[in-house]
Design a protein around this ligand. Structure first.
Ligand code: NAD
Length: 393
């Protein structure tokens, strides 16, 4: 047994070293493609009339990569900054392959907690706007690792804001969350619903929002805070998908768990909580397709105005229960997923759905692509063709 254990350990260590080497080589290749010896350095370091250069933090992650794709399609210049702690270099590679032209996309490997590195990035690049997606983002994990969440979300947002102030970058689109509302008694949630978060994730995001709002009062910054509801789906053209690292699966989101169950990676689906005060006892959420969500970002960027803070709920306004979600997932995958019903997960809310009328009125945005079964079908197609996420298609 001991021998087998140590063999497994050394083969596991070997795999970790090989993966680390592989990531280092890929980062070097990607960075070299944007290195000073290439003619495109000046494109990123200088403002250009008619070109909006957007810093996308967390652009190797699920939502950030989809946002980068949309921005690139809409002719924005994009710089992705990501420490790859949770994102995928493969997603960046997909974007690089789609937009290889000089001056379109660059990737910078950096940790937003490193204020010196962030300041250097701002000094060397001429950003017109920042979309700040980078964050750890699991409610359950935040209850067991609160300091990590306050550090990564609240403190890193401060670092980004300080760099924006020092380098006169005046437009910020901030990724916030419905978790900042906590468990309101009244549905639907409007932007005026009191924010009383009940877990460190929601609290850290609320603190970051407060810091942004306070700071914006002292400057001529244009700020848009988007509070997302539950994001699902993936790129309809099949280039990008959602690929959290395997060790995060246990904290994961419901769509990932459904797909894992459909693929047989996990024996079935664990529905946590059946005694909530909802129609069928399971949690109710407002699911929003990532394509719609990134559309809201582009509209927010277009409507951002100096000395104004826009705060918007981004959801469909329609709540769907976990049971409904599971049924849609069974239909989308064609797999009769086994479902196990368990007790509640700490930090979860019973029912959350928004009133999206403000975002409709002011940004002319409504969800166009969100359809539980269809959104899941698109995401499932990507999952099936990327059985190991971005590493091996
Ligand atoms: N997915 C959802 O349902 C949802 C809902 C509401 C809000 N949000 C928010 O949307 C944003 C994006 O979420 P996501 O689902 O794409 O998460 P994700 O984990 O897929 O992406 C986050 C990215 O940020 C990067 N990152 C994290 N910490 C960093 C740091 N210190 N420096 C540099 N990069 C760092 C990660 O490597 C990753 O690529 C987050 O701010 C999250 O709070 C997500």
């Amino acid at each position: 047994m001991d021998y087998l254990g140590s063999t497994r350990k050394s083969s596991c260590a070997g795999k970790i070293i090989a993966s680390a080497l592989c990531i280092t080589v890929c980062i070097t290749i990607l960075e070299q493609r944007q290195s000073p010896s290439y003619s495109n350095l000046s494109s990123f370091s200088q403002h250009e009339l008619g070109v909006t250069h957007v810093l996308v933090t967390g652009g190797a992650g699920y939502i950030g990569s989809h946002a980068a794709l949309r921005l690139l399609k809409d002719s924005y210049r994009v710089t992705i900054v990501d420490n790859l702690s949770r994102g995928n270099l493969g997603a960046v590679k997909v974007l690089q392959d789609l937009f290889p032209e000089p001056g379109r996309l660059q990737f910078i490997y950096a940790d937003l907690g490193d204020a010196k590195a962030v300041s250097k990035i701002f000094a060397e690049n001429a950003f017109d706007a920042v979309m700040h997606f980078a964050s750890v983002a699991y409610v359950g994990e935040s209850t067991t690792e609160p300091l990590r969440y306050y550090h990564n979300i609240t403190s890193n947002t401060l670092v980004v804001l300080e760099a924006m102030a020092a380098h006169k970058v005046k437009t910020l689109i901030y990724s916030s969350t419905c978790a900042t509302y906590g468990e309101p008694v009244k549905m639907p949630i409007t932007e005026k619903t009191p924010q009383l978060p009940i877990n460190p994730y929601g609290k850290a995001k609320k603190m970051a929002e407060d810091i942004i709002i306070d700071f914006s009062k002292t400057t001529d910054m244009a700020v848009m805070i988007l509070r997302y509801f539950n994001v699902i789906g993936s790129d309809p053209e099949g280039g990008l998908g959602e690929a959290p690292q395997p060790e995060l699966r246990e904290h994961g989101r419901i769509s990932g768990a459904c797909f894992d169950a459909a693929r047989g990676i996990i024996p079935g689906l664990k529905v946590k909580g059946t005694d909530y005060k909802t129609a069928d006892g399971t949690c109710v959420r407002d699911y929003i397709d990532v394509t719609d969500l990134v559309d809201a970002h582009v509209k927010a960027l277009a409507h951002a105005k100096p000395r104004k803070v826009g705060i918007y709920n981004v959801g469909t306004g329609k709540g769907r229960s976990v049971k409904e979600f599971v049924e849609a997932c069974k239909k989308a995958t064609g797999v009769e997923i086994k479902v196990e019903y368990l007790g509640r997960r700490p930090g979860d809310y019973a029912e959350v759905f928004c009133d999206p009328s403000k975002v409709k009125q002011e940004l002319n945005w409504t969800a166009q692509c969100t359809n539980l079964k269809k959104s899941l079908q698109i995401a499932w197609k990507w999952q099936k063709s990327h059985l190991n996420g971005y590493s091996h298609s």
